[in-house]
Ligand binder design. Structure first.
Ligand code: RUQ
Ligand code: CUA
Length: 665
């Protein structure tokens, strides 16, 4: 931190007086933490002249965010007229996306972090990054992957160091986001993770058996009975070296995962490679896109045929098959045969309906009323609308296809505003196209009549998301186009470019689309989901009754060192501004040390870190939280462990010694 030189002597604090005062305040704080009351108004140490007020921090942060938002806005408005868009810029006189310093955003946005393996939390409409939640990656800032609990969780889920997350989805109750949990897939390693939205922390990761790449991932509407995951890559079952040269024996799987236990309850094997999945709004159908009906192992073969098949999984029928014992078990999971030849697919009530659709469909998105599923074939310029009610009767396209508007080149994903409009991203045309759902049902197939408007985006969009689009009642105010390429939109930063997430104002769906902000995104978010801020209720401090593992809340009084064996030591200590419960502790070379540290403060925003130099250890401990780390003290010497979060004016002094005595010394 830099100090501004002062020309008044009055501003200079006497260090002795400061320390004395600090001691006194520590005493007060101790009295307070005996009876901790997590509250916004808890007294905070206020070392006059030295500690920045928390609100000052907030304001400074907010101002920076708004400035960058403003810069993006002006830039895009200026570019709007020159970009060849058939969309007129509104002139930007109503910058409705500005969030004033100190003000809050209207929506939480959760972005998948692609290859970074994290989730990013952003505010909408400011597009400020509020937080990053490590999921499949280690992240020292949050001590994630360093303490025993998260290290164990990552280890149990395969011990990979990264993930490729694509699709964040929110828990639902009654078809609306309930703000409890978020799930996200890891395409690279076939995993699914859960983020607890009270603590904004990953609390479970499961390595789904038999699946190599979970791509599509969704919660089952309306009440999150399952999380569904699509295994995109076809592999032998089990994938243990058998059938490696017999691609005809490879299988692609659809999995139903229990949202609470995170166990895989059942899987269904199907023909072709499964891609994206969404569900209806009544808990009956899960609908997946798929490509490579040819079941080729090379690209040329995969795109040969004119048709692929969308799969509609009849969930209650599959549950029934499992109940009847109609499955084979592989790696502990019942796998139901949902291939076209399966006996379960003959007759009038197949468990999976195969609906022929044009070439290599990618997206499946069910609109808010649950009437239609939009399927876009990236190699066809149309969106195929499936009539969900008709699925019960037939899988003949004649009966099931309700409309097929011609939207433009390279349609990938569709989102909704709740006012009867759909918005589809066009990868090849680099546009967002707005179209009328009912008009598309009325119109002839391949008609452009339902198209209302096209907005240029920069460049090559993949996902497109409007606020609350997956609920039964979207707000339709904002939309984000997640563009894979940013090309010339930002200062060049070397040959790996950021993506460009563009914020588009869509009003309540009645207005014209207006591009309001460019937002460079670290590679490579695939998708995002937005919930109104009122639907979440994040904790501001920990509640120790929510500790997920057996952890002791360590107070100042019970800080101490206990030898538990010839080569093992338990060290427990509290932390608070600006000291640890132990000013030093001593162990012997080769000891296995279990270090438990509690942040005993009840005040929000006062986090203590704990770094042990040369031991690769970092903990980040939120108020009322306890973290535990186990390590071997294999290097004799003195190690000054210190606090890494700037917690008070005496933060730099917050350190103690770990003494590792030589064993035979
Ligand atoms: S995908 S760009 Cu992994 Cu969602 Cu379609
Ligand atoms: Cu505690 Cu800095």
């Amino acid at each position: 931190m830099t100090n501004t030189p002062s020309d008044s002597d009055d501003d200079v604090l006497d260090p002795d007086a400061l320390v004395e005062r600090h001691e006194k305040e520590l005493q007060d704080l101790l009295a307070e933490v005996d009876e901790p009351t997590p509250s916004d108004d808890s007294p905070s140490l206020n070392l006059a002249g030295l500690e920045l007020d928390r609100r000052d921090f907030m304001k400074a942060g907010a101002a920076t965010g708004v400035m960058s938002g403003l810069a993006g806005c002006t830039g895009s408005l200026m570019n709007g007229g020159q970009s060849g868009s058939n969309q007129q810029s509104s002139g930007g006189s109503t910058p409705e996306h500005l969030v004033e310093p100190g003000e809050h955003d209207e929506y939480y946005g959760f972005w998948s972090g692609g290859q970074s393996g994290e989730i990013r939390v952003m505010g909408i409409p400011s597009m400020r990054v509020l937080m990053r939640i490590p999921v499949f990656n280690k992240d020292a800032s949050r001590g994630y992957g360093y303490d025993d609990e998260t290290r164990q969780m990552l280890e149990d889920a395969g011990d990979y160091t990264w993930g490729d997350n694509h699709h964040p989805v929110l828990s639902e109750t009654d078809g609306d986001y309930d703000g409890e949990y978020l799930w996200v897939n890891d395409k690279a390693n076939g995993r699914l993770a859960r983020v607890n939205l009270t603590y904004f922390e990953t609390d479970a990761i499961t390595d789904v058996p038999n699946m190599q790449a979970i791509h599509g991932c969704t919660v089952q509407s309306p009440d999150t009975k399952y999380i569904f995951g699509n295994g995109e890559f076809r592999t032998p079952l089990p994938n243990d070296g058998r059938d490696v040269h017999s691609p005809e024996n490879y299988e692609s799987l659809f999995a139903a995962i229990n949202p609470e236990t995170m166990e895989t309850e059942w899987q269904v094997k199907v023909d072709g490679n499964l891609d994206i999945v969404d569900t209806d709004k009544d808990g009956r159908w899960a609908i997946s896109s798929a490509y490579n009906s040819e079941e080729a192992v090379e690209v040329s073969g995969m795109t040969h045929d004119d048709r692929d098949y969308v799969k509609a999984f009849d969930v209650p029928a599959i549950e029934q098959a499992v109940e009847n014992g109609n499955y084979e078990e592989v790696n502990g999971v019942p796998i139901v045969d949902g291939t076209q030849e399966s006996s379960l697919n003959q007759g009038d009530n197949p468990i999976v309906r195969y609906i022929p659709t044009p070439k290599s469909p990618h997206c499946v998105e069910v609109e808010p009323n649950g009437d239609y599923a939009m399927v876009a074939g990236k190699l066809s310029p149309t969106v195929t609308m499936l009539d969900i009610d008709a699925l019960d009767e037939s899988s003949d396209p004649e009966d099931v296809v309700a409309g097929r508007p011609k939207v433009g080149l390279g349609p990938l994903h569709t989102t909704f505003d709740g006012n009867g409009h759909a918005y589809t991203s066009l990868f090849i045309d680099s546009q967002a196209v707005k179209w009328d759902i009912e008009a598309a049902v009325e119109a002839e197939n391949n008609s452009t009549e339902p198209i209302l408007e096209k907005q240029d985006v920069h460049y090559n969009p993949g996902h497109i998301q409007a606020v609350e689009a997956m609920t039964t009642d979207p707000d339709g105010e904002w939309l984000v186009s997640l563009n894979k390429l940013s090309k010339d939109r930002f200062l060049p930063v070397g040959p790996i470019h950021p993506d460009n997430d563009q914020l588009i104002h869509i009003g309540q769906g009645e207005k014209e689309m207006e591009l309001v902000a460019d937002h460079p995104a670290y590679p490579e978010p695939h998708d995002c989901v937005f919930a109104h801020k009122d639907k979440l209720d994040p904790a501001t401090t920990w509640d120790k009754s929510d500790y997920r593992t057996d952890k002791e809340f360590v107070t100042q009084q019970n800080s101490g060192v206990e030898r538990t064996g010839e080569q093992s030591v338990d060290v427990k200590m509290s932390s608070m501004r600006s000291e640890y419960g132990l000013s030093e502790f001593t162990v012997k070379e080769g000891d296995e040390v279990t270090l438990t540290v509690t942040n005993i403060e009840g005040v929000r925003d006062i986090i203590h870190g704990l770094a042990i130099p040369e031991y690769d250890i970092h903990l980040a401990i939120a108020p009322q939280d306890t973290q535990k780390v186990t390590f071997t003290a294999d290097k004799p010497g003195v190690y000054w462990f210190y606090c890494t979060y700037f917690c008070s004016a005496l933060h730099l002094e917050m350190r103690s010694r770990m003494i590792v005595e030589p064993r035979d010394g």
